[in-house]
Design a protein around this ligand. Structure first.
Ligand SMILES: Cc1cc2nc3c(=O)[nH]c(=O)nc-3n(C[C@H](O)[C@H](O)[C@H](O)COP(=O)(O)OP(=O)(O)OC[C@H]3O[C@@H](n4cnc5c(N)ncnc54)[C@H](O)[C@@H]3O)c2cc1C
Length: 91
């Protein structure tokens, strides 16, 4: 292994091309694939960002991911809040 990898080959034909392999593009890809619509994802970056961008997963995010059956496997190890608190912020 010399440490170099060949670029992936794109399919000659795809019904849907998704530009961007962030959470939005990946969620769309899961939704399309679940509905039997083949798709291809491309991203401008060769690798994903190597920093935490999901320290907090909001309720609405879970509501979107749950019907796609990716909420539970992805976040089952997460710590769930057991209480909520309101904090007053003064400008
Ligand atoms: C430091 C940090 C911490 C965060 N923490 C949290 C958190 O705890 N909880 C939370 O809910 N959210 C968090 N966020 C926000 C969260 O990361 C974003 O809401 C989320 O990534 C948005 O997803 P997206 O797919 O819409 O966009 P992005 O994640 O930005 O993905 C877009 C992708 O499209 C690619 N792209 C752009 N233009 C092109 C092009 N022309 N052609 C091909 N590819 C292209 C980019 O390279 C990128 O990979 C955080 C963000 C940051 C920066």
């Amino acid at each position: 292994m010399n440490g170099t990898t060949s670029p992936p080959t794109l399919p000659a034909l795809s019904e849907v091309l998704i530009a961007g392999a962030g959470p939005t593009g990946l969620t769309l890809a899961v939704a399309l694939t679940t509905d039997g619509v083949p798709c291809t994802i491309i991203d401008a970056l060769p690798h994903g960002a190597n920093s935490s961008r999901a320290a907090v997963v909001h309720a609405r995010t879970l509501e979107v991911l749950h019907p796609l059956n990716i909420a539970d496997p992805s976040f089952s190890p997460a710590t769930r809040p057991t209480s909520t608190a309101r904090r007053a912020v003064r400008a």
